[in-house]
Write a new protein. Structure first.
Lengths: 115, 115
C-alpha cells in the first residue's frame, strides 16, 4: 500500500487566500484524522472522521477552518481566509478499527506558509 | 491542562550511551492507550509502540525498551547504545475512552546523538 497520501507537500500563499489541503487515507481504514503541528502548540488534533462522518471537530480553531470527507478515499481541509498564524505543518492520519486503540498511520504532512 | 508531559525538551548524548525519555500522563479513565512516535528530521511521524492500560508488561524491541508504570502514571522509553540515526523528536501520546480515543500528544523530546 502507498500509505497515507497528502498534497500538496508545500504550500505558500498570501494572507486572505483560500487554501485546500488534500488527503487520501490507506484503503480500508475507517478513521481519518487531521492534525496541526506548530512550534508553540505542538501536535494538535483538529478533527477526525469515522466512515466519512465527522465525529469530533472540537479542535478546529475557528470558522475559517472546515473539513470534508466526501468518500472513503478522500478528505480535504480548507482554510478560508488564511492568516499568517495558520502557518504550520498539517498532517493527515488514518487507522483501521477503533480510533486511538490502533496505530495511526501518518502522511508526510503539508507545510503551509501564509505570508 | 496538559494530559501528557514530556519534561525533557532536549537531550544530547554521545553515540553508544543509553538514554531514557520520560513521559508522564494524566487520566481518570480506566481504559486508555499510550503511544510513542518518532519524528526524524525528514518530518514524518513513525509509530514505535502502543500499550493499553491493562497491560503493564514492559516491552523490548531491539535497542528500544518501554517501562509502563501505572502507579506513577509513567510510560518511559529507553534507547540502549544510542546511534546517530536515533536523532529525532520523540512524542508520547495518550488516548482515552472517555475522549473518544483521540490522540493527545506531549510536546516532544528532541534527542540529538552525536558521534
Amino acid at each position: 500500500d502507498a500509505g497515507v497520501i497528502q498534497s500538496p507537500r508545500h504550500e505558500v500563499t498570501e494572507m486572505g487566500q483560500e487554501v485546500t489541503l488534500r488527503c487520501k487515507p490507506i484503503s480500508g481504514h475507517d478513521y481519518l484524522f487531521w492534525y496541526r503541528q506548530t512550534m508553540m502548540r505542538g501536535l494538535e488534533l483538529l478533527i477526525y472522521f469515522n466512515n466519512n462522518v465527522p465525529i469530533d471537530d472540537s479542535g478546529m480553531p475557528e470558522d475559517r477552518f472546515s473539513a470534508k470527507m466526501p468518500n472513503a478515499s478522500f478528505s480535504t481541509l480548507k482554510i478560508q481566509p488564511s492568516e499568517p498564524r495558520d502557518s504550520a505543518v498539517y498532517f493527515c492520519a488514518s487507522t483501521p478499527g477503533l480510533a486511538g486503540v490502533n496505530e495511526q498511520f501518518f502522511g508526510p504532512g503539508t507545510r503551509l506558509t501564509v505570508l | 491542562a496538559q494530559k501528557v508531559t514530556q519534561a525533557q525538551t532536549e537531550i544530547s548524548v554521545v553515540e553508544k550511551e543509553d538514554v531514557t525519555l520520560d513521559c508522564v500522563y494524566e487520566t481518570r479513565d480506566t481504559t486508555y492507550y499510550l503511544f510513542w512516535y518518532k519524528q526524524p528530521p525528514s518530518g514524518e511521524l513513525v509509530f514505535l509502540i502502543r500499550r493499553n492500560s491493562f497491560d503493564e508488561q514492559n516491552e523490548i524491541s531491539g535497542r528500544y525498551s518501554w517501562n509502563f508504570q501505572k502507579s506513577t502514571s509513567s510510560f518511559n522509553f529507553t534507547i540502549t547504545a544510542s546511534q546517530v540515526v536515533d536523532s529525532a523528536v520523540y512524542f508520547c501520546a495518550l488516548s482515552e475512552r472517555n475522549s473518544g480515543y483521540a490522540l493527545n500528544f506531549g510536546k516532544g523530546t528532541s534527542l540529538l546523538v552525536t558521534p
